[in-house]
Design a protein around this ligand. Structure first.
Ligand code: MF3
Ligand code: CO
Ligand code: CO
Length: 286
């Protein structure tokens, strides 16, 4: 397994500001988000808005990912993502979501997800999962990718490539008429070939006017549970986390940062997808 010093909580910079011209999602300032107003199957007008949010989220992810080089802090990545979204008229959905303090999640090495950007400089050989969500025109687009900082060990590079492949295979399986549990079945069977741990407690989710609609998309084989039928017009995320070791995790005292129990490394990719009559379409494309 890659040898590196464990990730420790760093210093978190003061809250970034958002100009008044940027519309905030309804949950900002609340402990809990209000219930979604739209169903999981979206109308054409909402879908058009989600294409725009999805594209912006993908462009913001690319901008932040391009900045992920040795010596740069995850706080800097947060600044890049924050400014990119504001410059394009969008709000960074994570900022103030259930109290999350930053504009993206930056999860390094053994951090599974929801890492809070801080003053730790990225090191050659690290991986960083950047998860950024755009809110514009009343809807969200959510995506994540794992970026390799400098050059990683072969075992790590393989994990990253296979996690992307697992996500794409899960997306491909999302055909109308099937139950949502097909997605995790496909992801888990692929991940098992390599002996990877498949994280169960963080899932994909319905998305639209709500960041998380209540529809749950497991990344493991959850049958006979999770029987929602995939229908044209549905919008949801597929965002598997695959681990070199155990799928179990610990939560830091910050209440957000999840790290693998065995401190082996974890990779993640996420797209927001739309189900069409002919199959899935990725909305989070630049
Ligand atoms: N973007 C994450 C997801 O894929 C959610 C982050 S919520 C936060 O669902 F509060 F941690 F930012
Ligand atoms: Co996300
Ligand atoms: Co998501």
């Amino acid at each position: 397994m890659p040898t590196s010093t464990p990730i420790r909580p760093g210093r978190v910079s003061p809250l970034r500001t958002v100009p008044d011209r940027i519309t905030r999602p309804p949950y900002v300032g609340l402990d809990e988000p209000p219930a979604p107003r739209l169903p999981d199957v979206k109308d054409a007008e909402t879908i058009d808005k989600m294409r725009i949010a999805g594209r912006l989220a993908a462009q913001a992810l690319r901008a932040a990912g391009d900045a992920a080089v040795p010596g740069v802090t995850t706080d800097h990545l947060d600044r890049v993502g924050h400014e990119f979204l504001l410059d394009h008229g969008a709000y960074p959905s994570t900022l103030g979501y259930r109290g999350f303090p930053k504009s993206l999640c930056a999860s390094v090495n053994e951090v599974v997800c929801h890492g809070i950007p801080d003053d730790r400089p990225l090191q050659d050989g690290d991986i960083v999962k950047i998860d950024i969500t755009a809110f514009i025109n009343g809807v969200h687009g959510d995506n994540c990718a794992t970026f390799i900082v400098g050059e990683a060990e072969p075992q790590v590079t393989e994990l990253v490539e296979r996690t992307k492949q697992a996500m794409l295979r899960g997306i491909k399986a999302a055909m109308p008429g099937r139950q949502v549990n097909i997605i995790g079945r496909v992801i888990e069977s692929y991940a098992r070939r390599f002996g990877y741990g498949v994280v169960r407690d963080y899932t994909g989710h319905g998305i639209g006017d709500a960041f998380h609609s209540g529809l749950v998309i497991p990344h493991y084989d959850a049958a006979p549970l999770y029987t929602d039928v995939i229908e044209p017009g549905m919008t949801f995320t597929v965002e598997p986390m695959l681990n070199l070791g155990t799928p179990e995790w610990d939560l830091w005292d910050d209440g957000w940062t999840a790290v693998t129990k065995d401190r082996q490394w974890s990779a993640q990719f996420e797209n927001t997808i739309l189900i069409t009559e002919s199959g899935p379409e990725i909305l989070t494309q630049p």
